[in-house]
Design a protein around this ligand. Structure first.
Ligand code: PXG
Length: 435
């Protein structure tokens, strides 16, 4: 087996460890994967935060198959196909009021690059070309392209790649275990951390700042929640200084927090939302930037035969992705999945917080159907204890994610109580075993 795995350089993977003891998936349905040997694996992370309706949902499978035979590809530049308009219209309808223009990409990373470019270009076409600076947040994750790692704040994703984009700065992250450890839902303390944006305005001047990008809930850097009042304050400071606010909803979009978008859950409307993952239930790559009409409209000037925004991808609004997206939204609607995290949140919170008191559990965080369980690192070996828990859960038939020493849970939104209990039971045993 080992030599046949040589050619594939795996992404975000411990390649040598993996190839010594591969973890392969061969089939999926509903809440489960199966390995090539037929072992059943309960999916505690919706694949990678994307399979929100569960695996291999019939409407989505059929839509993709039918689309492949009907119209496999349509050029998206100066041409289009009907499903692109239909999907954009439905996404706009799910979005906060006023956010009704949709630009398609193929991933979350591309959605981030698109939003950052849109923000800088928006100010330029309005005659404020000095607004070029982009502000991210420490511990933010915005994908892996150069813009995204520049505004991102995960050191491992940045330190290998040189000087990154110029003209980027970061506000402080909101993780404060000293005050907020074991908070159920949004933490009480830390709204004032939004004022860190005022520090950067004082340093750089608002006239140089195009946009601020944050995840309403950070996933990849360990399930970090917005303190109560924090996002509201960030919005107010952006408004005061004419700075655009971008919510990166690549993982919080499509029902994770109990509404289509976290913007609705937290009652704060950004200028742009970046989305991906759950947009097609993970079945075909797709991302999108959803923006306020005012942003789009600023570009719609000059001679009508000229391109207004010099940006796009060969596979923007790919027919297979649009077909999958439409069938995904239909599946979400049929089963009420975009709000199902609301009634399930209490059960989920009780289950994950039941792990408090286990050895090395130093914090537990939750919101909707997202959970984070932070472990004390093994001395001198960061990330190893959580990775060992991940391996043990895999042996026991449960798929979880770890980032650093935090275990992340983000199950498909179709999950039942008994499956939540099974995941938490297996995670708890694995934590004890690695004490
Ligand atoms: N923004 C956010 C907030 C994300 O979570 C991306 C952008 C990039 O999306 P693409 O489609 O380019 O990967 C993401 C991706 C994890 C994990 O384990 C999360 C992501 C990717 C890989 C791992 O938490 N999110």
């Amino acid at each position: 087996m080992a030599e046949r795995m040589d050619a594939y350089w795996m992404p975000f993977t411990a390649n040598r460890q993996f190839k010594k003891a591969p973890r392969l998936l061969a089939r999926s349905e509903g809440m489960y994967f199966w390995t090539p040997e037929g072992r059943q694996i309960l999916d505690g992370v919706a694949g990678l935060w994307c399979v929100n309706a569960g695996h291999a949902r019939p409407k989505i499978v059929q839509a993709i198959a039918q689309q492949a035979g009907e119209l496999d590809y349509a050029p998206p530049f100066q041409m289009a196909h009907p499903k692109a308009f239909a999907l954009a219209e439905q996404l706009a309808a799910l979005s906060p009021a006023g956010m009704n223009k949709v630009f398609f990409t193929n991933s979350g990373s591309e959605a981030v690059e698109t939003a950052l470019k849109m923000a800088i270009a928006y100010h330029r076409v309005r005659g404020e070309a000095s607004r070029t600076r982009l502000i991210g947040r420490e511990r933010g994750y915005h994908g892996v392209n150069f813009g995204g790692i520049s505004v991102g704040g995960m050191v491992a994703n940045r330190k290998m790649f040189g000087t990154l984009l110029a003209g980027v700065d970061h506000i402080r992250h909101t993780h404060d275990p000293a005050r907020n450890a074991f908070s159920v839902g949004q933490p009480e303390h830390g709204a004032e951390l939004a004022d860190d944006l005022e520090r950067l305005v004082a340093l750089h001047d608002a006239s140089t700042i195009a946009a601020v990008i944050v995840e309403p809930i950070s996933g990849s850097s360990g399930v970090l929640l917005p303190p109560k009042g924090y996002l509201e304050r960030l919005r107010a400071i952006c408004d005061k200084h004419g700075i655009l606010l971008i919510f990166d909803e690549v993982i919080t979009g499509f029902g994770r927090t109990g509404n289509p978008f976290a913007a609705q859950t937290f009652g704060v409307t950004p200028d742009m939302i970046t989305a991906a993952k759950g947009i097609t239930n993970g079945a075909v790559p797709m991302g999108a930037v959803i923006c306020q009409q005012k942003i789009h409209d600023v570009f719609m000037q000059g001679p009508e035969h000229l391109i207004e925004f010099f940006h796009g991808y060969t596979y923007s609004a790919h027919p297979l992705a649009c077909a999958a997206g439409l069938a995904t939204l239909e599946t979400y609607a049929d089963e009420g999945l975009l709000t199902r995290a609301q009634p399930m949140a209490g059960t989920f919170a009780d289950a994950v917080h039941s792990l408090k008191g286990l050895p090395n559990v130093i914090d537990i965080r939750n919101f909707g159907l997202v959970g984070g369980i932070e472990l004390a690192p093994l001395p001198g070996e960061p990330a190893k204890r959580a990775f060992n828990v991940f391996l043990e859960c895999w042996e026991q038939g449960v798929l979880i994610r770890t980032t650093g020493d935090t275990i992340a849970l983000s199950p498909p939104l179709i999950i039942e109580k008994s499956q939540i209990e099974r995941i938490v039971d297996v995670v708890g045993k694995a934590i004890r075993k690695n004490a």
